[in-house]
Design a protein around this ligand. Structure first.
Ligand code: SER
Length: 888
């Protein structure tokens, strides 16, 4: 048995051969347990299978699980580098039975693997059993033939395994390897057990109970098995080493670090090399599982691990950021077993480089302060906690880094004064909030945020997770419990629900567990980064501290993702078609549609819209991966990433890129964005622009649909167009020409109709029927010819041209035409030939007609004027009134 990779495969294959399903490692951030910071054992992903809550298609499983033991119940961070077997990250090999085989078969399988497959000599092995578990002792005797002296009974919690304060648990039996009497130490349970001679290599847990709450333990539905063997430990034993850091994997990593720094792997700087190798693994695997450095929760543990390694890099004399230059070596060693590492290689490098570049700016200065302030201290002294706080607050030194730096000299840190200084600063921040002028109801969120810390958002990687209720708010007040029917705001310690921001609407979904069901109708961010779920309790009583499963409405979120990614693609396409002046002014990313507002001061033509849509859809069809990385805001801007003008960004930003880069190395579309996106652009399906309009001066808006919404809209349009073509008895292709021809034809017909009506009106005489009628003829009043005519159904606009025709017909004289419309109202036009305008004014005459028609006034020029009146029945009287005025 040679390298770590072979040992891992041999383990998995052995159990596969024995009827076990090989299950991939679950992520380091547990999806199914709100109480755990990181996955810390192989059984974590199977927790609900043991308790019977979850069913899997197999009853036996085996895995090699990524584990992190830092910043939680199991925290090994401070020891790493100084011992032979502590790690922040390690792999746990395990086999599991979910109510299938139990103790006997578990012991048999384990014994055969280590003595036959791995070939360990029997006389170097011994086991412990829980003192109350006589069964196990008997089985070891029977199966392994171990003498009583090698079956050690232990009564302490060492032989009762618990994942955390709650969860499945049971008595356990551990297998130890004896490294021989050249190394000091005694067997487990002896006064010398802390020595290094006897090393635990495998823990077999006989899962029988579920710890529901402290003091409340119930039996599991069926006795089960959970075993855990640290891969690094068994590799050390199989490779004849006594130190995990001397196995092939660590030798390779440490060699890479030594080559870059010139440090001697066996020299005085051994601890620093080990710290860096270990922390490189933890940081890289955490980043590839979606954790990014921050000042809260998991992100802060990651930051502490990274910074601790970075300080050790500095101790090795590295003048430039070091960690990111080691990632390739890790990927070479472990990428095959964990492909996620290969996929995230760039992200890991960028994240490490950014963190180290930033930390280096303050590291030297902080270390100088640390040296100065500790210069006079001797072994056993305490370093001032207030200075430790300054180092933390101003120079980014996590407390454990300061402790680590003083450890070699035997100096501790005064934690009490550190905590005091921290509390003082919180008080100041509280005072600052009090004056920030928020409304009374909103004020509740700031103290809550301070008490609870930021909510951890898990929704980039998952839509289902567990969380614990940390606050309930109703009508602006904190409450302890909410009953069925209550509308309530719920804060959880972690959540996959996206809270509305950056134009993207908040998630909806269901919270459930322990007889409680809550429908979440919106999620909002309060006090910066407190995620607040707004919902109604549909069932049960919702209480503080209750663990719940949170499930985002998947279909809705899927549409939101597509719309958000499509918004980015349209943004870039708009820029390419319309120009660089396009700046985002706002956006809405909802499940059913998206809209995007931007600076542009004229309408977008149909042709431009089509090009924009085509360009964006080309990138959809490329189906490239959508990549997210974390960058310093300045680097992101320098790289050409688009940011929302006037938006306040933190120091670190998320950068989302899609499409193959042209000019911009990061991608075709690169934007600062905290939203959720599709995995590959093809997931958008289709983008269809549904509208273009103006929203304010210089700001245009486009609206668009994606996926099924786009497909349905496009299909509906095609359907309508086909129906129109069928109606016109033509093909879809000929439809526009056919419509244009019809419009043209209609125009011609209208003109012809109007001409016919005019002719009929002027030429027809009293008896003329149809749409037009005339009731008078040409008369002579004194020496002036008068043509007076009452007509019907003539358009007002044609009345003047009729009067002009009349003037031509009589040569010299006065023309009056009164038209009665369908509504019974009348319009009157009076024309006076030029030779007579000194005697008669058309304006005066039309006013007289208007009065007769029950109207008032009228207007025009002396040779042509028009007026109207409500009373069309008086048309003849109006003509008579004009005649009278002319002296008849
Ligand atoms: N859960 C046990 C452990 O972590 C065995 O896998 O040791």
């Amino acid at each position: 048995m040679s390298g770590v990779n072979e040992i891992r495969s041999a383990y998995l294959n052995y159990f596969a051969k024995n009827g076990h399903e090989i299950v991939p490692s679950s992520p380091l951030v547990p999806r199914n347990d709100p109480t755990l910071m990181f996955t810390n054992a192989g059984m974590v992903q199977f927790k609900n299978v043991f308790t019977g809550l979850e069913k899997r298609p197999y009853e036996r499983a085996t895995s090699s699980q990524k584990c992190v033991r830092a910043g939680g119940k199991h925290n090994d961070l401070d020891n790493v580098g100084y011992t032979a077997r502590h790690h922040t990250f390690f792999e746990m090999l395990g086999n599991f039975s979910f109510g299938d085989y139990f103790k006997e078969r578990a012991i048999e399988l384990a014994w055969n693997l280590i003595t036959k497959e791995y070939g360990l000599p029997k006389d170097r092995l011994l086991v412990t059993v829980y003192s109350e578990d006589e069964d196990a002792a008997k089985l070891w005797k029977k199966i392994a033939g171990l003498p009583e002296s090698k079956i050690i009974r232990i009564g302490t919690s060492d032989n009762f395994w618990q994942m955390g304060d709650t969860g499945p648990c049971g008595p356990c039996s551990e297998i130890f390897f004896d490294h021989g009497d050249k190394i000091w130490g005694g067997p487990p349970g002896s006064p010398e057990e802390d020595g290094d001679r006897f090393i635990e290599i495998w823990n077999l847990v006989f899962m029988q109970f579920d710890q529901i709450a402290p003091g409340n333990r119930v039996a599991l539905p069926k006795p089960s098995i959970d075993t855990g063997m640290g891969l690094e430990r068994i590799a050390a034993v199989l490779q004849g080493k006594h130190d995990n850091y001397e196995i092939d994997l660590f030798v390779a990593l440490i060699r890479a670090i030594a080559e870059l720094t010139g440090a001697d792997p066996q020299g005085e700087q051994k601890a620093s090399l080990r710290v860096i190798a270990d922390h490189l693994r933890a940081s890289s695997f955490l980043i590839s599982d979606g954790v990014l450095p921050s000042n809260e929760g998991r992100g802060y543990v990651l930051r502490r691990i990274m910074r601790r390694a970075m300080r050790h890099g500095q101790l090795l004399g590295a003048k430039e950021p070091l960690m990111y230059r080691l990632v390739w070596a890790l990927v070479r060693e472990m990428g095959q077993a964990y492909p996620e590492l290969v996929r995230a290689e760039n992200l890991i490098e960028e994240t490490l480089k950014l963190e180290e570049t930033r930390f280096r700016k303050t590291l030297d200065r902080g270390l100088t302060i640390l040296d100065e302030k500790s210069a006079s201290l001797k072994k056993g002294d305490m370093f001032d906690g207030e200075t430790a706080f300054t180092l933390y607050d101003t120079y980014g030194f996590p407390l454990d880094l300061t402790q680590d730096a003083l450890r070699n000299r035997g100096i501790g840190v005064d934690i009490a004064s550190f905590t005091d200084a921290m509390e003082q600063q919180r008080k100041k921040a509280r005072a600052a909030w009090a004056g920030s002028g928020d409304t009374a109801t909103e004020n509740i969120w700031f103290p809550l945020r301070e008490k609870l810390g930021a909510s951890e958002f898990l929704g980039y990687d998952t839509e289902i997770a567990e969380g614990v209720v940390t606050a309930l708010v109703k009508d602006g007040k904190e409450i302890e419990a909410a009953a069925t029917g209550d509308s309530v705001a719920i804060v959880m310690n972690q959540t996959p629900f996206y809270a509305e921001s950056g134009g993207q609407v908040g998630d909806t979904g269901i919270l459930s567990g322990d007889g409680v069901r809550v429908r979440v109708t919106d999620t909002q961010k309060k006090a910066g980064d407190l995620y607040v779920h707004l919902g109604t309790v549909e069932q049960g009583t919702l209480k503080l501290d209750l663990p719940l499963q949170l499930e985002v409405d998947h279909a809705r979120r899927t549409s939101i993702r597509a719309n958000h990614s499509a918004t980015h693609l349209l943004h870039e396409a708009l820029r390419q078609v319309l120009g660089d002046h396009i700046a985002q002014r706002g956006s809405l990313v909802a499940p059913e549609r998206l809209r995007f507002d931007f600076a542009h001061n004229k309408p977008i033509s149909a042709d431009e819209l089509r090009r924009i849509e085509d360009i964006a859809n080309d990138v959809v069809l490329e189906n490239g991966e959508v990549l997210t990385r974390s960058m310093a805001v300045d680097d992101a801007r320098d790289s050409g990433a688009r940011a929302l003008f006037g938006e306040k960004y933190g120091d670190e930003v998320r950068v989302v890129s899609m499409g193959a880069g042209q000019g911009n190395a990061l991608g075709w579309s690169v934007e600062l964005c905290g939203g959720t996106h599709v995995r590959r652009t093809g997931d958008i399906g289709l983008i269809s622009i549904s509208g273009e309009s103006a929203v304010a001066s210089g700001v245009r808006r486009i609206e668009a649909l994606t996926g099924n919404n786009a497909r349905h809209a496009v299909n509906a349009t095609i359907h309508t167009a086909k129906a129109a073509a069928a109606e016109l008895k033509t093909t879809l292709d000929d439809l526009p020409a056919r419509i244009a021809a019809l419009v043209e034809e209609r125009k011609k017909l209208e003109n012809a109709l109007s001409d016919a009506r005019k002719k009929l009106a002027m030429g027809g005489g009293a008896a003329a029927g149809g749409g037009a009628a005339a009731t008078s003829d040409i008369r002579t009043i004194g020496d002036v010819k008068f043509l007076g005519r009452a007509v019907q159904g003539i358009e007002m606009k044609d009345l003047k041209s009729l009067a002009d025709d009349g003037k031509k017909q009589i040569g010299s004289g006065v023309v009056a035409i009164i038209n009665v419309g369908e509504d019974g109202k009348a319009g009157a036009v009076v024309g006076v030939t030029a030779d007579l305008t000194s005697r008669f004014s058309a304006v005066d005459l039309v006013k007289i007609a208007s009065e007769a028609l029950g109207g008032k006034g009228g207007g025009g020029r002396p040779d042509m004027a028009q007026a109207g009146g409500p009373d069309g029945a008086k048309a003849d009287a109006a003509l008579k009134a004009i005649e009278a005025a002319m002296g008849a």
